[in-house]
Write a protein that binds this ligand. Structure first.
Ligand code: CA
Length: 725
């Protein structure tokens, strides 16, 4: 136990009494997670995971079971009574960055991870914190995380809890105490590798990948002995330095699909999220990421498929031996990863049942593959993508729209989706009862262009993408039409390969996780700050509750003393529109929320007007007057574009959903010393802002400051103009 634990457990005493007084009897076959407690904490075995349907009161893994369908057989909460769902308890969490983990609930305990790879264990009866573990990551490591210092959850196995840590460590914790049993560095710490994904335990081995393909790394996945941490096998997704030979025979074949000295930047292809296991076929399915750099012109001059980027790959979990692959986006050049959630399912085709692997990756096609052979069964658009017209079912290859390949045409192109994808890491769910897959869709497009030259950046991103809007060049639009940005939840029929229903989100930004249940329900949150339940067959909204926070993670459901409950971790990238802060420990109202029928707890309504450090929550734009010369500002604009824009946004306007601050509002614009401390000396490295002293002169950081002051004054003038009657 650690000293700060008690301050984290904030469930109201009255609420705890309410739970203790719960008299609902356990329903017949539905074994409660709490009743299997005698087996010990986190006593997950292969048999329990394989037979997860016999133990619906638990949520044994982030994806619930090996197939990762995220479908619960529980039906106590169903389409007839979900309107009575209320908050049972909640707990504030102590990190204010994105919260992406799905709780694992087993043997009476809920385990979840929060930002910075921290782990927390709660008593599911009372909501009280049992233990918390902080891997104490050097906060400067945040600069290597492309997309926030997030973590998607733990694996439970044989009394231990496994967490992949942002700095590349894999750590085994005692499920009862949270004490470290073993830890292993899985990456070269001199390279910008990160871990945000969930470890999976198969055949007594913990399997973990990593990320970093925006930077300069080579993708791989590694299996470690779950008891000792000893490495069992490693599988690389792309070939390495030819001088060192190929680690796997298939890499010799893959090498023929690459050109140039691609290995010098690692090649990318990182396996940072999707994975599923089929115990019958004894096969794991993993997804690989984009290339490094994104722009294929600079990565593999002359083209080529660049195997095994953006692929679904089947491996032997005992040895890591390659079985088959399907490449979703050959010669990837738009950051179209295929490391999104993967699931295994039996589909009831008219000609008979078939075991399949399904994925909805960034590129906007929904793929169904035969689980045994990798044969493509269907690939249809689940969103209005413009980079390809269709997938040729004979060859299995996408038929590209020539204008989309900006790296070949030399012309900037507006392509859909943007790099964030039509669907990203957000968990998807399959209901064997409806036969539908449920997923959130985020429609986007963006301009892709090749800069005049590509220079390797040792500290930041290496995308090889650049476009100067002021250049006077008009980008071409792939397929003649760029879709409007929007977000929605869909039910997808994987046999008919078409959308069945859609729920439009009022806030179009970003995706969210999904869970389906046997209660004919689909649970999903949104960026407007609501957690809702929908009719799984029609999409009709049946229930909703305010979360006071954006929701990107996926829910889990389980039973407490026989009564079904639903949990969701909330909080991500700023507050919903119109929402004020109600959590002292986090700026984005990060919390774990747990619901049950008749739950009567309420979230606090008192809104602090200042942050924990005493700063006002609402910041007014207040830049100093611009005194620098036009030349200095112009130089600052170029330098900003090359060094700052990837995080702080083009022209110093952060993209929707960005986690980096809007510098136009920064108090440092009035304080050159503080600006230099942050930008040059790394004063805020612990908050994820690295120092640029090694690469930028003081004259250059002054020019960047002048440019941001100019942009802040532009914004102030625009706001004043808009406010005029
Ligand atoms: Ca990427």
């Amino acid at each position: 136990m650690r000293a700060h634990l008690l301050s984290l457990a904030v469930a109201a005493p009255a609420l705890l009494l309410g739970l203790a007084g719960c008299t609902n009897p356990p329903s017949g076959s539905m074994e409660s997670a709490a009743t299997v407690n005698q087996m010990g904490a986190a006593a997950v075995t292969a048999q329990r995971l394989i037979n997860a349907d016999n133990e619906p009161g638990s949520w044994l893994a982030a994806g619930r079971d090996y197939r990762e369908q995220r479908f619960s057989p529980l039906d106590q909460i169903n389409d007839t009574n979900v309107s009575k769902l209320g908050l049972a308890w909640y707990a504030d969490v102590d990190t204010e960055r994105g919260q992406e983990s799905t709780p694992v609930v087993v043997d009476g305990v809920m385990y979840l991870t929060t930002a910075w790879s921290m782990v927390k264990a709660y008593d599911i009866r009372t909501g009280s914190l049992l233990w918390a573990y902080d891997p104490k990551i050097d906060r400067a490591k945040g600069a290597d995380a492309c997309c926030d210092v997030v973590n998607r959850g733990v694996a439970a196995w044989n009394g231990k809890i496994y967490v992949g840590v942002l700095d590349g460590r894999l750590i085994a914790l005692d499920g009862k105490t949270g004490k470290v049993v073993w830890e292993k560095q899985t990456t070269d710490t001199s390279l910008p590798y990160t871990i945000t994904g969930v470890p999976r335990v198969v055949k007594g081995k913990v399997i973990i990948g990593n990320g970093g393909a925006e930077y300069r790394v080579r993708g791989y996945i590694t299996a470690y002995d779950a008891e000792t941490g000893e490495q069992a096998w490693r599988w690389y997704s792309v070939p390495g330095d030819p001088a060192n030979g190929d680690e796997q025979p298939e890499l010799a074949e893959a090498r023929k699909t690459w050109n140039g000295e691609f290995w010098k930047l690692g090649g990318g292809g990182t396996l940072w999220d999707g994975m599923a296991y089929d115990p019958d076929l004894d096969t794991i399915y993993v997804g690989t990421g984009n290339g490094t750099p994104w722009n294929q012109k600079y990565r593999s001059p002359g083209g080529g498929d660049n195997l095994f980027l953006s692929s679904i790959v089947a491996l032997d979990p005992n040895t890591g031996k390659y079985k088959w692959h399907y490449q979703t986006t050959p010669g990837e050049t738009w950051d179209y990863t295929a490391t999104q959630p993967i699931m295994v399912a039996d589909l009831n085709y008219p000609e008979g049942k078939r075991r399949v692997v399904m994925q909805a990756p960034k590129n906007g096609f929904f793929y169904v593959l035969d689980a045994k052979t990798g044969k493509l069964l269907s690939a249809e658009k689940f969103a209005p993508l413009t980079w390809a017209t269709h997938v040729d079912m004979k060859t299995g290859r996408p038929v590209e729209v020539p204008e989309a390949r900006f790296d070949i045409t030399g012309k900037p192109a507006i392509v859909a989706p943007a790099a964030l994808g039509m669907h990203n890491w957000h968990p998807i769910s399959f209901s064997p009862e409806t036969g539908y897959v449920y997923l959130s869709v985020h429609v986007s497009s963006s301009t892709y262009a090749s800069p005049d030259k590509f220079e390797v950046n040792l500290k930041g991103w290496n995308t090889g993408i650049g476009f100067n809007a002021a250049s006077g060049v008009t980008p071409v639009i792939a397929t003649g039409k760029a879709p409007t940005t929007e977000g929605y939840l869909i039910a997808w029929d994987p046999i008919a390969a078409k959308e069945v229903w859609r729920v439009q989100n009022t806030d179009p930004r970003g995706g969210t996780g999904v869970m389906a249940t046997s209660g004919n329900l689909v649970f999903s949150g949104n960026h407007a700050g609501e957690f809702s339940a929908y009719d799984a067959r029609t999409g009709k909204k049946l229930w909703g509750a305010s979360t006071q926070a954006k929701v990107v993670a996926a829910p889990a459901t389980f039973t407490v003393d026989g009564q079904q409950q639903v949990a969701i971790l909330v909080g991500a990238r700023g507050l919903p529109v119109g929402q004020k802060r109600t959590v002292p420990s986090s700026a984005n109202n990060s919390r774990i929320l747990v619901y049950r029928i008749g739950g009567a707890a309420t979230l606090p309504t008192d809104m602090p007007t200042t942050t924990a450090s005493g700063a006002p929550v609402q910041v007014k734009i207040d830049p100093p007057l611009l005194t620098a010369s036009n030349e200095t500002v112009a130089s600052g604009e170029m330098l900003f574009g090359a060094n700052c824009a990837v995080c702080h946004g083009a022209q110093s306007v952060p993209a929707a959903g960005s986690i980096a601050p809007d510098l136009r509002y920064s108090a440092l614009l009035n304080a050159r010393g503080g600006w230099n401390g942050a930008v040059r000396e790394g004063d805020r490295a612990q908050r994820g802002m690295p120092g640029f002293k090694a690469t930028l002169t003081e004259e250059q950081t002054d020019a960047i400051l002048a440019y941001v002051i100019k942009r802040a004054n532009d914004e102030k003038a625009a706001q004043e103009a808009a406010a005029r009657p």
